[in-house]
Design a protein around this ligand. Structure first.
Ligand code: TXA
Ligand code: MG
Length: 347
């Protein structure tokens, strides 16, 4: 398959009628799959009401069929077509964070969406992305769009169109190149089907922000206890992994440097994931700065691109600094832990 690339400037006016966007929307209406930029990561979109389109999403990514997709909408009124019930707290959350990086789980109305999109569950995950190109595409096609991150299953999520092509070129109808995404980690997933909402995946909206608008919020046990079974099926899979084994390292810079020396002496090509503050201090075969530690948002923005860069550098092993587990640091550490398969070396 020849994968089309539509270049779209997200700052131009009237994006909904932009010829490139309209062309991509027509592919979606024909049940083809198209990658699109959002404010978090690139998504691989397909008509959520079509089993044919949804099957193409799962096939292109090599995604396990028991892992449900997030349904993307441009307008709140679309909700009532496939959501059975909107609890008060969900209403408050939508008001505060939509459009934006918050995915809300609702009870599903049966018979509207493709069963495969929700992996046969009685609930459905929905979000309204805060990206002009994504919103224009959603409006232009007029469909609820199922869109997982547009990477091959297991790889780091894509934060630019080239990442999408590196994984899916030839496997999808097209990609809208709207530039690099901003937030860099996926949306927060919150289950609002329970009286006290539960965070299933940390992401772009922090726990602190959620608490500020709805009060008490729980966190799925699987996020802190490796043995617990996660409520979001996708959270059980190894994810975001670079090709070389990745180890998280906690302790001093000297300790990290000593680990590097040991592996280099053993003849390995060693990579280090650090931040701008330390990039000139550490020595290894490949030392990459992933944002600034003093501004954790910049670490989130750069994380997946940095993990992907290590693949281009052909390193044998990667040591990564760890980050404070608070605010957006919750999402960063969650992704880093998955990328590392939880391997941590503490001083
Ligand atoms: O930022 C994002 O959310 C990106 C962009 C493209 O919107 N999308 C994304 O989708 O990250 P994906 O498929 O990579 O992750 C969706 C997560 C998975 O962990 C999945 O198991 C969970 O949401 N999920 C989806 N529907 C669910 C449901 N009904 N109940 C529980 N978890 C659900
Ligand atoms: Mg994903």
């Amino acid at each position: 398959m020849n994968t089309k690339v539509w270049k779209v400037d997200k700052y131009v006016d009237n994006l909904e009628n932009n010829p490139q966007v309209v062309d991509a929307a027509n592919f979606l209406r024909d049940n083809e799959v198209v990658a699109l930029p959002t404010e978090t990561v690139y998504g691989l979109g397909g008509n959520a009401t079509s089993d044919v389109a949804v099957a193409k999403i799962f096939a292109a990514k090599g995604r396990p069929s028991d892992n449900p997709l997030i349904i993307h909408i441009a307008e709140k009124k679309q909700l009532s077509t496939f959501v059975a019930e909107v609890p008060d707290k969900a209403e408050v959350l939508m008001e505060a964070f939509w459009p934006g990086p918050l995915t809300i789980i609702f009870k599903k109305k049966e018979g509207v969406l493709a069963e495969s999109a929700t992996a046969g569950l009685e609930t459905v995950a929905v979000r309204m992305p805060d990206h002009p190109v994504a919103l224009a595409l959603l409006k232009s096609c007029g469909l609820p769009i199922a869109a997982p991150s547009a990477n091959s299953s297991g790889k780091p999520s894509p934060t630019n169109a080239q990442h999408v092509l590196d994984d899916l070129n030839g496997k999808i109808a097209g990609v809208i190149d709207g530039g690099a995404t901003g937030i860099g980690v996926e949306s927060t997933v919150i289950d609002c089907t329970e009286a006290i909402p539960v965070i299933l995946r940390p992401g772009g909206v922090t726990k602190e922000q959620l608490k500020a608008v709805i009060g008490e919020v729980r966190v799925d046990a699987a996020l802190t206890d490796e043995a617990a079974r996660p409520k979001a099926p996708g959270m059980k899979y190894q994810h975001y992994a670079p090709n070389a084994p990745l180890f998280m390292v906690s302790g001093t810079t000297q300790f990290l440097q000593s680990l590097v020396e040991e592996k280099r002496t053993a003849g390995l090509r060693v990579g280090v994931l650090t931040t701008e503050e330390q990039v000139d201090v550490l020595e290894a075969d490949v030392v990459l700065a992933c944002g600034k530690r003093a501004e954790l948002e910049t670490v989130a923005t750069a994380l997946y691109d940095t993990l992907r860069k290590f693949n281009l550098e052909q390193v044998d092993i990667i040591f990564s600094e760890v980050f404070p587990n608070e605010g957006v640091g919750n999402a960063i550490m969650n992704r880093l832990q998955k990328a590392a398969g939880n391997k941590l070396i503490a001083e």
